[in-house]
Design a protein around this ligand. Structure first.
Ligand code: BMA
Length: 385
């Protein structure tokens, strides 16, 4: 073989290696939503969430614009904006009580929810909706553990009631429009199912019934109701996930790759002050995020810390030291799209910052950090790039 030929062949080998590496490395290509009829904006959002995860982590807050500490229902206000001058990148809402009331379980009027979702979209932000669904058998809340899931499946005595609830949700989703465009939503039903506190949780229904519940929900919204602007997030709870067998445990109730877009996790347990052994909690937090990063990469999906928070934030530097630093220091890369902290209901029950709170200065640092992304960092999340 002539030297020239050898050089050419090694160039070719190198090129092929680069090509293989770029195709197999973390979520490089075009990610596929489970809904192959997803609207263009929804598909664009999914691709952009993936791309943005290389740049940083979006900050999210539940009910951010609905109310805050000492205010309720003001236009264009959020506690986060009061502190740093811009809204969170991700806004959370909940559909709990949608079939029986005009306001949700946390007293947010559904009509206003529609307006807020439209406002967020018009400013380029992102909306996610969870659902503390009321128990179809008893009409009690999500925490009413009377057995019901089996009876909600086709042929069961509460199947029609369940479909009625899904119809209400579908009607709600169909109102989320900007002109003729449906507003893409990250939808996160039946969360924390590996815990035993909700009627759809472990011990209150079988794993198989949970899976069927999830699949029915997706199929009904997508195929029967033709809702095509949802990105589906699956979110077990870290407190019931033994980290020594985490990968296996994560899949409890997993409905399959064709039914999930976001590999989520709710984790409150590892971000607490840590009285005796906080290093262990920090390590567990890191491990849990490495876990969802890995699963999402393998499946070519997106990972997110779908719920977290420390009630009342009694640790003034919690946002930078407990939420962010472990991610930065992780020995293996953590690639998550967003972190969402729970709601600011009152001075006794809040997870986000607000003016005058001891964590305010630290939250400003958290905001200024290059890794965190807020509403003013988002550009054209619904457009093709
Ligand atoms: C819980 C608490 C409750 C609330 C529920 C649904 O964590 O915040 O007060 O009703 O979430 O938002």
């Amino acid at each position: 073989m002539r030297v020239n030929q050898r050089i050419k062949i090694s160039y070719l080998a190198f090129y092929i290696m680069v090509l293989i590496a770029s195709c197999t490395s973390a979520n490089q290509g075009h990610l596929k939503l489970i809904d192959d009829q997803a609207t263009e904006e929804t598909s664009n959002l999914y691709q952009n969430l993936n791309r943005l995860a290389d740049k940083g982590i979006m900050f999210g807050h539940e009910d951010a614009m609905a109310y805050g500490i000492s205010w309720n229902g003001e236009e264009n206000r959020s506690d986060v904006k009061d502190v740093v001058g811009t809204h969170p990148a991700v806004h959370g809402y909940d559909l709990g009580q949608i079939s029986s009331s005009s306001y949700n379980l946390d007293s947010v009027p559904f009509e206003r929810m529609v307006t807020m979702i439209k406002d967020v979209y018009s400013r380029g932000g992102i909306n996610t909706i969870s659902w503390h669904m009321y128990n179809p058998a008893t009409n009690g809340g999500s925490w009413d553990k009377d057995s019901v899931v089996k009876d909600m499946l086709p042929g069961g005595k509460y199947h029609e009631v369940f479909k009625g609830k899904l119809d209400k949700a579908a009607e709600f989703f169909s109102q989320l429009k900007s002109g003729n465009t449906f507003i893409p939503i990250i939808f996160r039903p039946f969360h924390e199912h590996n815990g035993d506190w909700f009627w759809w949780g472990k011990g209150n229904c079988s794993e198989e019934d949970y899976i069927q519940l999830w699949k029915f929900t997706v199929d009904y919204l997508k195929n029967t109701r033709q809702v095509h602007h949802l990105i589906y997030a699956f979110s077990p709870d870290r407190s019931r996930l033994n980290l020594t067998e985490a990968e296996k445990e994560y899949y409890y109730g997993y409905p399959g790759d064709d039914y999930v877009d976001i590999i989520g996790l709710d984790n409150y347990i590892d971000v607490r002050p840590g009285e005796e052994n906080s290093q262990k909690e920090i390590d567990d937090y890191t491990t849990s995020l490495q876990l969802i990063t890995k699963i999402a990469e393998e499946k070519q999906k997106i990972a997110a810390l779908t719920e977290t928070g420390l009630e009342k934030i009694p640790v003034p530097d919690w946002f930078t030291s407990r939420l962010l630093k472990p991610i930065k220091k992780s020995s293996q890369p953590i690639r998550i799209s967003y972190i969402l902290v729970w709601r600011n209901a009152s001075t006794e029950h809040h997870f986000g910052p607000f003016p005058g709170h001891p964590s305010e200065q630290d939250f400003k640092k958290f905001y200024k950090d290059k890794m965190t992304l807020f509403e003013n960092d988002l550009k054209n999340m619904y457009k093709s790039k």
